[in-house]
Design a protein around this ligand. Structure first.
Ligand SMILES: *Cc1c(COP(=O)(O)O)cnc(C)c1O
Length: 348
């Protein structure tokens, strides 16, 4: 893991501005989302400051501007905490926060406040209450193993975790949420694929935002997962200056289809603090999605969705979603109506 400017590839290190240097020095303290990137991901970046790969991991002084809508827990996950590290929001699926660390940190992370890279991988002791909860909630058919990135743990720990989940609930579907196949594809060796295969039904959910992230080795390891009977779903975050263009998104989703991966969600940005410079306004996002639909087959089209700020859950975004607009003390918001006609708010 690269955590300082001198470890970056020389051209990239030379592209660092004085403001960026100052900001990086400032965030190395505790409780801030640290600067960290894998050598593989850094090598994919070009030295221009607006490069879509560089911007995803490079700390930006604009992160210090906290917009009035920012929420420390933008998805309201704390409201659905069923056991330590276990979030049960939707009836038939639950989410386990396996650990806080990732192979590198995305600057748009929605868990950037609590995440703290220091939260260790879950121990057998900490897992007990989650297992006890799963045992008495047979309606949970699926567990999302998330974090942090669970694949930062070694294979022995992963095996232990998956085995415990399976012993408690034999049929449980495991959904492993990771960015490692694109940030550190060499971690996904054949031993890891075999491990994942052993715990089927298991699906991988991979976070990918730009077609350049699907470099040759990433395509190869993801294709081998698919060959091994591990379906791979792709989650993308709509990000200003990175992929807010229907042609770029179509290129990414075509690359996914060519590799055997299924685009799953295109997310409207969550309201995490210090990420406002990444936000594509909702109306513009809807226009991008409309155009995208004309560029790509249904197989390659993810659902455009928003996690409603504060814990309202996921809703699909479509042209009729905006029911109105109003002024709040934080600024103007759209009123969004979900399928139950419940009204929610999202900044204009
Ligand atoms: C997104 C999410 C899920 C999974 O939802 P799907 O629509 O099935 O992808 C489950 N639990 C939580 C807390 C989530 O945020």
């Amino acid at each position: 893991m690269i955590t300082s400017i001198d470890e970056l590839p020389p051209a990239l290190a030379a592209s660092v501005s004085l403001e960026e240097k100052k900001y990086i020095a400032k965030i190395q303290g505790p409780s801030m989302l640290p600067f960290a990137v894998t050598p593989h991901f850094a090598a994919l970046a070009r030295p221009q400051q607006d490069d879509p790969i560089r911007r995803q991991f490079f700390p930006d002084p604009r992160e210090e501007q906290i917009d009035p809508f920012a929420l420390d827990d933008p998805l309201g996950e704390s409201r659905y905490r069923a056991a330590p590290r276990l979030i049960h929001q939707y009836r038939d699926r639950a989410l386990l926060l396996a650990g806080g660390s990732c192979a590198g940190y995305c600057r748009h992370c929605f868990r950037r406040v609590w995440l703290c890279a220091t939260l260790p991988f879950i121990s057998a002791e900490e897992l007990k209450p989650a297992l006890a909860y799963l045992a008495i909630h047979p309606e949970i058919r699926e567990i999302l193993v998330s974090g942090g990135d669970p694949l930062t743990a070694d294979n022995d720990r992963l095996t232990e975790l998956f085995r415990s989940l399976r012993q408690t609930r034999p049929g449980l579907l495991l959904r492993v949420c990771s960015r490692i196949p694109v940030t550190d594809p060499f971690r996904m060796d054949s031993e890891t694929t075999t491990l994942l295969r052993q715990f089927r039904p298991l699906r991988l959910s991979v976070h990918i935002n730009h077609s350049r992230e699907l470099a040759e080795h990433s395509r190869a390891v993801l294709a081998s997962c698919v060959d091994a009977g591990i379906p791979v779903h792709v989650q993308t975050v709509l990000l200003k200056g990175i992929n807010d263009d229907p042609a770029l998104l179509a290129e990414l989703f075509h690359a996914c289809l060519d590799t055997g991966l299924s685009p799953y969600y295109l997310f409207q940005l969550d309201l995490a603090p210090g990420t406002a410079h990444f936000r594509v306004p909702l109306k513009q996002g809807l226009a991008i999605y409309r155009k995208l639909r004309s560029l790509i087959s249904g197989l390659g089209l993810p659902a455009y969705a928003l996690d409603i700020p504060g814990g309202g859950g996921k809703i699909r975004l479509h042209d009729d979603i905006i029911a109105g607009e109003k002024m709040t003390t934080d600024g103007p918001v759209y009123i969004l109506k979900d399928h139950n006609e419940t009204a929610w708010e999202y900044p204009v």
